[in-house]
Design a protein around this ligand. Sequence first.
Ligand code: C5P
Length: 225
Amino acid sequence: MVPAAGTGVRLGADIPKQYLTLAGLPMIEHTLRALLANDQIRAVVVAVDPADTLIDTLPSATDRRVIIVHGGQERSHSVLAALDTVAELGKSGDWVLVHDAARPCLPRSALDRLIAAARSSNTGSILVSPVDDTLKQVNAEGEVIATVDREAMRRAQTPQMFPLGVLRASIAEALAAHYSVTDEASAMEFAGHPVATVPGPRCNIKVTVAEDVALAEWYLTTTER
Ligand code: C5P
């Protein structure tokens, strides 16, 4: 499933960021094609803003495997809404991948690696990348308290892949406890489930601010899909 109900305010464009044109196609069209190219994916449920009028204009919107639903106020609400539809399509033990619309540069090989790792270990799994910068923990005044060991740190990417029933229950449990669910793995951790990591590629960036648009376009035109 693809959460795509955000407005992308940090990017400052006049349309939601997932519809910005990158290398000749809307960002989200690249994202959908990366998923639809994988024949292990039976359906792609996309959560959009109820006022979204652009989703139906995408070439992939006519694909029989694509289902559009309405998202919610926060990303986690959008994920939960889409998981309700995923649940109608399958069984609780089926696997589901959650992948941000704003990550259009996912290579086929990374998706294959993630799916293979989750299936073979039978453990929920996420793509991650290393941390390049030295990390500082600061207090409320912004003064450095400590240097965090970056070797033990990872940046969480998407897709993230979990058994459907466990993921739904974990997100519901975390939201009910007002826990901040910024990715699916955080809800799984909250509910006490293990999450394995799979090395993700550097190109799998989340387009967030204006300069990311140029970088994503560069990745889309120079790296192998
Ligand atoms: O805002 P951010 O870049 O963290 O959003 C990550 C993804 O979650 C984006 O694809 C965005 O469209 C989606 N989202 C959503 N529903 C929201 C907020 C964000 O589906 N209410």
